[in-house]
Design a protein around this ligand. Sequence first.
Ligand code: NAD
Ligand code: TDX
Length: 336
Amino acid sequence: VFIPHSIIVTGGAGFIGSNFVHYVVNNHPGTHVTVLDALTYAGNLDNLKGIPSDCMDFVHGDICDAELLDRIVPGHDAIVHYAAESHNDNSIADPEPFVRTNVVGTYRLLEAVRKYGIRYHHISTDEVYGDLALDDPHKFTESTPYHPSSPYSSTKASSDMLVRAWTRTYGIRATISNCSNNYGPYQHVEKFIPRQITNILTGVCPKLYGAGLNVRDWIHTEDHSSAVWTILTKGRIGETYLIGANGERNNIDVLRLILRLMGQPEDAFDHVKDRPGHDRRYAIDATKLRTELGWKPKHTDFESGLKATIDWYTAHPEWWEKTKATTEERYKRQGQ
Ligand code: NAD
Ligand code: TDX
């Protein structure tokens, strides 16, 4: 078992990265965290509020900045790389920042890891595998071929390929995880679940793409964090692990559940223009992670996890109000 004393968490001011920082500080206090984050529209220092200053340093910077990496990487035991442009709809409107941050940024980190010989864990997505038919009996496994659909997922697939090549050619000590759709606190209001919750809270009709039959495999972000910690400390070098918690649901069912939990009629939503190239279904088989490393999720009741997430957004309007209007303007321009 590898217990790091000091890790860099890139993208630690974003949704999943900040949840991971809270998880490490709360559960593994012997590990110091340096957050490296460029604070793009998706990064928010409020996500790290309450973390004691002796547990965490914050570095405001870009993962594409090689000189900055030379200054901060030495002295750390590991990098856990979350930083990315993460939203499919944005990648369809303007792919360039996705190529830069997701591909070039990962390349810069890999070069720093190679130079300083430190452990690297790469955060990726199930979207690299493309999609499954709604009635396909199979799920994604570690041996499913890559088949990304969107500019976002193709840049994530590219970054995974760089990690594999650097591991084989230069022998860097890397692992990769591909996780399914996360939900929980601190998720940007551009994403499906927070968008609909905050629409209802602001008196706007929720917006469903197309018929809403697309299936996503939902996992609570805290379970993603515990899985990443398990892989970082116990995973075999050079391996990929899929992370998922058997949470398949279609969008229309999730939306109806949100409406019901928020005391609204279940048909109080608008159908809007579908996403171009919209992946039909994602589904993760996490057998390898469960059997080899003994990981299991804690949040197995989706309805109670969703209820807690609704309560969190209801209790923290100051956290999301600032970004809500600009996000909805952007959607309006796209007809969504
Ligand atoms: P997010 O958009 O909420 O946060 C991304 C963070 O990265 C932000 O804090 C942003 O400021 C930072 N960042 C962006 N570009 C940067 C750069 N060039 N340099 C430094 N920092 C930069 O994203 P998220 O949803 O928390 O996703 C985090 C990671 O998890 C991503 O790699 C994503 O691909 C992966 N992932 C996400 C999901 C999901 O459901 N959201 C599922 C599986 C995997
Ligand atoms: O308003 C909406 N209405 C709607 O029907 C939005 C924003 C989305 N949708 C649909 C599209 C998807 O089928 O809901 C589903 C989920 O959409 P997103 O929240 O945009 O997530 P998705 O495209 O599935 O990608 C997410 O999971 C994998 C993350 O954003 C990625 O970063 C991660 O890699």
